[in-house]
Design a protein around this ligand. Sequence first.
Ligand code: PLP
Length: 439
Amino acid sequence: MASHLFGRSAHALPRAVAGDGCYLIDAEGRRYLDGSGGAAVSCLGHSDTKVRQAMHDQIDRLNFAHTGFFTSDPAEDLARALIAHAPPGLSRVYPLSGGSEAVEAALKLARQYFLETGQPQRTKIVARRQSYHGNTLGALAAGGNAWRREKFAPLLVTCHHIAPCYPYRDRADGESLDAYGLRAADALEDELQRLGPETVMAFIAEPVVGATAGALAPPASYFPRIRDICDRHGVLLILDEVMCGMGRTGTLFACDQDGVAPDIVTIAKGLGAGYVPIGAMLASDAIYRAIADGSGAFQHGHTYHGHPLAGATAVAVLDRLTQDGLVAEVPAKGQTLVEALTDRLENHPHVGDIRGRGLFRGIELVADRDTKAPFDPARKLHARIKAEAFARGLICYPGGGTIDGVHGDHILLAPPFIIDDAQIGWLVDTLADSLDASI
Ligand code: PLP
C-alpha cells in the first residue's frame, strides 16, 4: 500500500499492527523485540492491562475540557503524583504533549521568571554540545547536535554551548573520574564569566545524555558542581529528563542519583509510556511564587495542555512505575543487561565504551580501540547495525552524534522494564551478531 505520510514513514517500512509485552508485530506477523523502547518511550511494554483499562475508564468519562475553562481530575491527579516523587523544591507541574513542548515551556518560564523578578537582562541560555532537547525551534537551538541544527540555523536563537561531560573521550590520563567531573563542570563557570553571569538565565542539560551520545552518564562530582555554579550566579538549572527520566536509569528522576534538584525539570517519553503523547515541566516553588505574586500567570499554553486522557494514562503509568514496583526492578535488570553486554562485547575490537545507568545503556563503536578513532561517518555504521538488528527482529536506537566535529557511532538500548533475563540474553546476542555483520 502506498504511503501518504511525510518523512521516514514514507519509505518502505514495515507496518506495525500490534504490540505484545516487549514485542512489536508487523503486518506480516514478524515479531520485533523492542530493545530501545522505540526511543526510550515504551517503559511498560506494549500491552499493559492496567494502563489500557485506565484509558478506557477515562474516555468513558471525559475526553476533553479546555484548560482555559476547566481544570480536571486527571491533570490534578497527575500533578499530585509527580510532585510526590519529584526532587526537593519542585512543587508545580505544567502538563504538555511531548518533550519538545516541555523544553520550550521551560525556556519561556525561565525568561518570564527573570522578567518578573526585575532581571530583564538575563536572556542567555547555556547548553552542551553533545545534547538533544527536541526539534522545535527553541529546543533545537538549545540542542548541540550540529547535523540536526545545520539546515535551520538561521531560524535559531543564539545559545552558548559548552563541552559535554564525556569521560571516555575527555578524561586526561591519570585523572580520577571525580576530578574530571569537576573540571568538566568548570566549563560552565568559564562560559558564564565569558558571557557575563548576570546576563545568563539558564543552563540546560540532560542528566544522562541520550540520543546524541548513547547513555552518557557523568561522574558523581559533575552535577553538584554545576548546581553550585548556577546558584552562585543566580542562573536557573534546567534538567531535561525527557529521555532519561521516569525510572529509566533506576530512579524515577535521573537527577536523584546525582544528588541535585533542578529549578525546572522536563519529562515526556516514559511518562506516557507510548500509550499517549504527553510531556510535562515541573518547576520550583520559588519560580511559581514569583510569577503567581507578580503578573499572576505563566504566559504560555497549547490546546492540548493538560489533556484528560493523557493525564489519566500517565497517572496509571506512574502507578505501575512506583506502586507496582517496576522502577525498583530497573537497577537489577540494568545490571543483568550490562553484565551480558560486558561478557559479550568488552573485548570486541570495535567496542570502545559500554556505559549508562539502569536500563539505559549505550555502546560506543570505534575504528581503533587504542586511539579511540571513530569510524568514517560516511559509513553510517550505526545505521547499518540498526538495519542488521532489525532484520533479525531486534529494535535498537542508533546514533552518530557530533562532538567538536568528531563523529562517534553508538547504539542505545532502553528496553521495557518488564524485560526478562532470557530476552536480555537474546537482545545482547542479536546485537553482537548484528555488529559483526555490519563492520
Ligand atoms: N529532550 C530529550 C532529552 C530528548 O531525548 C527528546 C527526544 O528524543 C526531546 C527532548 C524531544 O522530545 P519529543 O520528541 O517528545 O518532542
